[in-house]
Design a protein around this ligand. Structure first.
Ligand SMILES: [Zn+2]
Length: 494
């Protein structure tokens, strides 16, 4: 075996249904995961970042029928819109899995068969079913008799023969896993919610549906053609199928079986599936468990929940087209608190854009580039930097590293913008435009450039495109800063 020098870091997002085009909420999740993936790559980890689409859901079929479309046509169209987010949001995923791909279907079948046979049993089930969630609900899940996720969807009373998974058997194991922190759930509030849910007692859950009621959608249950796998059973296995679980492929062994870190990034609505069902399923199949689950909140638009009914769906492509990819990334990461719900409004986006990007970062880079070009290249010797500048830069690096490691993206950006403020004040105080002595000017600009170079490094996981554009104007090479003034980074918006 070769000596392993790099730690592996496997990071996934949820795989959304493709019954509609991607909205801003999933854009948030992708951008957050992308920051973590880029951050870990810069640290030197062997990163694998995977996203994808859940295409076996009955919901997709129902959405197509509503539009008078062939299901696969709708799925192809929307799956393409999801893949397009890679360019729209400048994402760095390594792989994109669709659950209609053979690698997923074979993996989902293999996983079913790998589960302890005593854990899967058939019984008649009668329950309240939310077609929106494709999930049976218990009374305590409901709010005013409705699904909290789908208050406008009519709930159905359903009775059918299904396979069940013996989740109750894993009560102690799951409780211990979460309580001990071996499965870390972030933030703490979500960990508490999950733990108290587990402590109420875990109940076996249905993991199949009748093939007839699924309109042929879904992955067949091995050995029983009358049943297809419940979409949430097969969908979770995408995380290992993307790595080649079906064939015990090298990426599966490297990132999952023998991996150092497995992190799932998800929204709060599906935390139970990931923190309770999935670990129990993996235990049953004798496979290693994920180590961390990061749960983000939801985005409201102008204070209201995003919904088709309200017609307030924000399409990431339109916002990015209007304001730029990094302006949208910045808003999502800075304005939406990573652990809670946050709000999107175009007015706030314009305020953030003008205040932080145009007047803040953009203005600093333009000033330093204009002044610096006259005396470029500027030797950058650490000892010639002012102590307060050095200290502020060093402290910001540490704070940003720690905030990013713990998913406090908004705090990391606030820290970086404080450093931008330090540089602004430094330029205002030292007034380089009034300095006539060239040697003195070089020292002052070395300080200003050092901060800009540090800022470009620090924002790289967050605003990768902007980092590239700053480095095209101000960059450090062989101990010298090369300055070449370019176009403004963020032209002011009216
Ligand atoms: Zn629902």
């Amino acid at each position: 075996m070769a000596f392993k020098t790099q730690k592996t870091f496997y990071i996934t997002t949820a795989i959304p249904y493709v019954n509609a085009e991607p909205h801003l909420g999933f854009g948030l999740e992708l951008v957050q995961a992308d920051v973590v993936a880029r951050h870990r790559r810069l640290i030197g980890d062997d990163v694998r970042f995977v996203t994808g689409t859940d295409e076996n859901a009955l919901k997709n079929f129902l959405a197509a029928r509503e539009r008078g479309m062939e299901p696969m046509d709708l799925i192809e169209r929307n799956a393409a819109a999801f893949r397009e987010l890679r360019e729209v949001l400048d994402l760095s995923w390594d792989d994109f899995i669709r659950t209609t791909e053979p690698r997923h279907i074979r993996g989902a079948k293999k996983f079913w068969q790998a589960c302890d046979p005593g854990d899967i049993y058939k019984r008649s089930y009668r329950g309240i079913y939310c077609p929106g969630c494709e999930e049976f609900k218990t009374e305590k899940d409901l709010a005013d008799g409705c699904c909290p996720e789908h208050p406008h969807t009519k709930l159905e009373a359903v009775e059918e023969e299904n396979y069940f998974f013996r989740l109750s058997k894993y009560q102690d194991a799951i409780e211990d896993l979460i309580a001990s922190g071996r499965l870390e759930i972030i933030p703490e509030t979500r960990r508490h919610e999950i733990l108290s849910f587990v402590r109420q007692g875990l109940q076996d859950f249905s993991i199949s549906r009748s093939s007839a009621r699924s309109h042929g959608f879904g992955i067949p249950v091995p050995g029983d053609s009358s049943q297809v796998q419940y979409v949430w059973f097969d969908a979770l296995t995408n995380y290992i199928n993307a790595l080649g679980y079906a064939d015990d492929a090298e990426p599966f062994r490297r990132y999952w079986r023998d991996g150092d870190m497995v992190l799932h990034v998800i929204g709060k609505g599906i935390a139970r599936f990931h923190a309770v069902h999935w670990p129990a399923m993996l235990l049953s199949a004798g496979l290693p468990l994920p180590k961390k689950i990061f749960v983000h909140g939801y985005i409201t638009v102008e204070g209201q929940k995003i919904s088709k009914t309200l017609g307030n769906i924000i399409v990431p492509k339109e916002i990015a087209g209007e304001y730029g990819t990094d302006a949208l990334r910045y808003y999502l990461l800075r304005e939406i608190p990573a652990f809670e719900d946050g709000d999107f409004s175009e007015q706030k986006l314009v305020e953030r854009y003008n205040g932080d990007l145009a007047n803040g970062l953009g203005n600093l880079v333009a000033r330093v580039a204009t002044l610096g070009e006259r005396v470029s290249p500027i030797p950058l010797v650490e000892v010639s930097l002012r102590e307060d500048i050095r200290a502020a830069t060093r402290e910001t690096r540490e704070a940003v590293r720690s905030a990013t490691d713990s998913f406090r993206f908004n705090e990391a950006l606030a820290d970086i913008w404080r450093l931008i403020g330090v540089a602004d004040r430094f330029v205002n105080e030292t007034k380089p435009w009034a300095i006539e002595d060239e040697a003195e000017l070089r020292v002052v600009l070395a300080n200003a450039c050092a901060v800009v170079v540090a800022v470009a490094d620090l924002i790289e996981p967050y605003l990768p495109g902007t980092t590239g554009r700053i480095r095209a104007q101000i960059s450090l090479k062989d101990g010298e800063v090369i300055v070449k003034r370019g176009e403004g980074l963020f032209p002011r918006r009216a």
